[in-house]
Design a protein around this ligand. Structure first.
Ligand SMILES: [Zn+2]
Length: 331
């Protein structure tokens, strides 16, 4: 498994393995889609691999019985806890606690991956905390969380922290290309940019529809207005496309927000690093007050979507505002 970037995190893990200084729990943090689970899974594979556990200076071999079981997701000493619906349930943590009381089945260590640990409710988090306070020997817990702020400080302090960052865009584009070799290089780079260097986000989208949707959105924002009726029609059609896949729609709001922030900064300070052609159109078309109102509308939409409001309504309200269809908003 080839992991691009995240050098510091990789060094910390290699050091722990090579110096036999394994913590009983690790917390991988970083933005969504930056590679936390991929890195945690590779570390788990190394800890369980027959060759790598005998010689910690070598990576996982990829062909021993243990590596093959990890590849097929059937290793008896690798347990995975994931959110079920809204979050990780207390039952899952209870089951884990019970399993941890028994020695590993095949080797000397059992690995538990707790994915998206920030989705644990209070009850589940407290139960996990009890396990971390008295960790049963022979177990290594690998927690991943989108933001360490969403994790109880008491849990955080009992884990070795492994911080990850968004990747530089060329590396993120390369990571996308490795998973989707049929995509054009330029599309990989644009997807990397839209996802702010977090390839996992791009890979979770429908790549064949996301770029055309973003381009249509961008050109509608940059286009000059012919009539209000046509503008409303465009806004509603785009809103419907965004609402059809809520998660992709939500992800696309982030690059849009960045772009409008850059346009606002350029309006106010006259400098920008961003060469997006839409930026020039946005700056020409809207003054600082209008840009700021549009930014606020995007942030409100993001908040509403995170609170599970009806995506069709949220995107309609947003697009009508962005395209200047309300009496107060000036296109
Ligand atoms: Zn192996």
């Amino acid at each position: 498994m080839d992991i691009l970037g995240q050098d510091k995190a990789q060094r910390l893990l290699a050091h722990a393995r090579q110096h036999a200084r394994l913590a009983h729990a690790y917390l991988f943090t970083g933005p969504e889609g930056c590679g936390k689970s991929t890195l945690a899974r590779r570390f788990a594979t190394e800890l369980l691999c027959q060759e790598a556990s005998a010689d910690p200076t070598v990576p996982a071999c990829g062909h021993c019985a243990s590596c093959r079981q990890m590849l097929s997701g059937s290793h008896p000493d690798c347990m995975v806890i994931e959110p079920d619906g809204q979050g990780i349930r207390i039952d899952a943590i209870r089951q884990m606690k019970e399993a941890l009381g028994f020695p590993p089945l095949e080797g000397s260590v059992r690995v538990v991956l707790v994915r998206k640990a920030h989705t644990m409710r209070q009850e589940a988090a407290n139960s996990l905390l009890k396990i971390l306070e008295e960790p049963p020997p022979g177990n290594v817990l690998l927690l991943t969380a989108d933001a360490s702020a969403g994790i109880l400080a008491t849990i955080r302090s009992r884990c070795q922290q492994i911080p990850l960052q968004a990747l530089p865009l060329p590396l993120a584009a390369e990571a996308i290309r490795q998973q989707q070799p049929d995509l054009k290089e330029s599309d990989c780079l644009e997807l990397a940019r839209l996802c702010g260097g977090c390839p996992g986000q791009a890979l979770s989208m429908k790549q064949d529809s996301v770029l055309p949707l973003y381009h249509d959105l961008a050109s509608a924002l940059g286009a000059s207005v012919t009539s209000l009726a046509a503008q409303v029609q465009t806004a509603l059609a785009l809103a419907a496309r965004l609402a059809a896949d809520r998660d992709t729609g939500l992800l696309l709001l982030s690059p849009l927000c960045t772009l409008l922030k850059d346009a606002l900064a350029e309006r106010l300070c006259g400098v920008t690093q961003n060469s997006d052609p839409l930026l020039a159109a946005a700056r020409e078309r809207w003054n600082a007050e209008q840009l700021s109102a549009k930014l606020q509308a995007i942030e409100q939409a993001q908040e509403a979507l995170h609170s599970n409001c009806n995506p069709a309504l949220v995107f309609e309200v947003l697009l009508l505002e962005l395209l200047g269809c309300y009496p107060h908003s000036c296109a």
